[in-house]
Design a protein around this ligand. Structure first.
Ligand code: NAP
Length: 278
């Protein structure tokens, strides 16, 4: 490694799918930094050792992706967000201790801020579809922004119930049959399921009952415009797409490792969009 280069990496297994090197590489070049960002494909049995020796490997920090996010939480000193979500995706050194956070939370809310500034002032109730890993980050973000009632609908009802046990009474697990009624009073609907992804069926939902001021967010980013977002736009609703969240979640790590707060610009978006449709 060249002298003086600050380096970070994304650690996954596999890691080829990750767009993080493209995003951070764009910002490193844009800011003319003497820095590097690499991919590290590390098997689960080697992860703890890898993380324990990040500095010896030349790294000032790391992003963590599937399947290591829960292990990263256990091997670091997580902040409240990571602890609440139950997974860490960003590691850095804070006065010699390995700290971690979960930036999906701010990625999600910052993307909504971009799509519809002041959204939280008009959202009293939200509907979250899905109760997997990403739903936890979304829900924590909504609670942080003061949303008073979050209705969660999931194919496996027990997972929605588990979210109420984790996050408290703001969470209201509900059956799919209640959706038309719940959508009728929702200022925000978020898809956190994998439905609508390339190769998956579309989300079977009628957006008709949503109020005209509602915001629709989809975490799925391949395709960029999911059938859900297309239907929301056709109805004239505001939308926030999964790529926006992906880009915004990367900001904090870059700032922590390299000392510059980068921006999510149309130019960055275009670079990643081009890569996604390759
Ligand atoms: P996960 O933990 O595996 O959860 C998947 C969720 O989808 C569960 O609620 C699951 O329901 C539901 N689901 C899957 N197949 C279904 C089907 N056929 N019918 C109904 N529900 C179904 O996955 P995740 O980590 O939360 O990720 C979910 C999506 O978000 C993925 O597309 C991922 O790429 C995307 N994501 C995007 C970002 C971003 O930055 N934009 C960040 C994180 C995730 P059950 O509980 O019933 O299985």
């Amino acid at each position: 490694m060249s002298e003086g280069v600050r380096a970070a990496c994304v650690v996954g297994w596999p890691v080829k799918h990750s767009r993080s090197p493209l995003i951070h590489g764009f910002w490193i070049k844009q800011h003319g930094l003497n820095a590097a960002y690499r991919s590290e494909e590390i098997a689960p049995e080697a992860f703890a050792d890898f993380i324990a020796h990040l500095p010896e490997r030349g790294y000032v920090g790391a992003n963590i992706t599937i399947p290591h996010k829960e292990a990263a939480l256990a091997l670091s000193e997580p902040d409240d967000r990571a602890r609440a979500v139950g997974a860490s995706n960003t590691l850095w050194y804070d006065n010699g201790r390995l700290a971690s956070t979960n930036t999906d939370v701010e990625g999600f809310t910052a993307n909504l801020d971009d799509a519809l500034p002041g959204w939280e002032q008009r959202v009293e109730e939200a509907v979250v579809l899905g109760a997997g890993g990403s739903a936890r980050g979304v829900i924590y973000g909504l609670i942080e922004r003061g949303i008073g009632r979050i209705n969660v609908v999931n194919r496996t009802p027990e997972r929605a119930e588990a979210l109420r046990a984790r996050f408290g009474e703001t969470i209201h697990p509900a059956h799919e049959a209640a959706l038309p009624r719940l959508l009728g009073r929702a200022g925000l609907m978020v898809n956190t399921t994998s439905l609508g992804m390339t190769g998956q069926p579309p989300l079977p939902i009628d957006l008709g009952p949503l109020p005209h001021y509602a915001l629709v967010a989809d975490l799925v980013y391949a395709p960029l415009e999911t059938p859900l977002l297309a239907a929301a736009r056709a109805r004239g609703l505001a939308t926030a797409d999964g790529l926006g969240m992906l880009l915004h979640q990367a900001v904090r790590g870059f700032q922590l490792w390299f000392g510059v707060r980068p921006e999510v610009t149309a130019e960055l978006r275009a670079v990643v969009e081009t890569d996604l449709v390759k």
